[in-house]
Design a binder for this molecule. Structure first.
Ligand SMILES: [Zn+2]
Length: 164
């Protein structure tokens, strides 16, 4: 990816998000030479589209957004930049596509995410792993994390009540 302004090859990704309903990835990049910003769009090749095998054996299309949402929830109130989480999502997605051509089990996705998270933040890792281990499914995991976070917020509200 060359900078459209100065033609330099060196740039860093400052933002990545799904576009076109998940069929492409839009990346905002900053040129390391001239500091100008530009956008690139990467199309996911149809043949590279992964299918996720859920624990009940059903198949669903791989969705990058689920990984990112899982990471965001596990890292709730942790000192981790959104940029770091997006980079981690990129790494996990890339790794899964490299290792698994057509199908991947949901539990493998969970393990891969957990491994990456472990290197970044222990608390977020424990949050992710403790829930994931039991449910082995990202959908169930996300529901559970939401419940944990909701109850935690209510607890902290209770704590505040007793202060006054
Ligand atoms: Zn440039």
């Amino acid at each position: 990816m060359r900078c459209p302004y100065c033609n330099s090859k060196d740039n860093k990704v400052i933002d990545s998000r799904a576009a076109d309903g998940g069929d492409s990835i839009r990346r905002r990049r900053e040129c390391l030479k001239c500091s100008r910003r530009f956008t690139t769009r990467e199309h996911v090749e149809q043949r590279a589209r992964l299918v996720v095998i859920k624990k009940d054996g059903t198949r669903v299309p791989f969705e990058r957004q689920k990984i990112q949402t899982g990471l965001e929830k596990s890292c709730y109130k942790r000192p981790i930049a959104t940029e770091t989480l997006q980079a981690m999502t990129d790494q996990v997605e890339e790794e899964l596509h490299r290792k698994y051509e057509r199908e991947v089990e949901a539990i493998v996705i969970g393990k891969t995410v957990a491994e990456h998270l472990k290197k970044i933040d222990q608390i977020a890792y424990v949050r992710f792993a403790s829930v994931y281990k039991e449910f082995r499914d990202l959908d169930d995991f996300l529901d559970e994390v939401k419940e944990v976070l909701d109850s935690r917020q209510q607890e902290s509200l209770k704590d505040q009540d007793t202060l006054f």
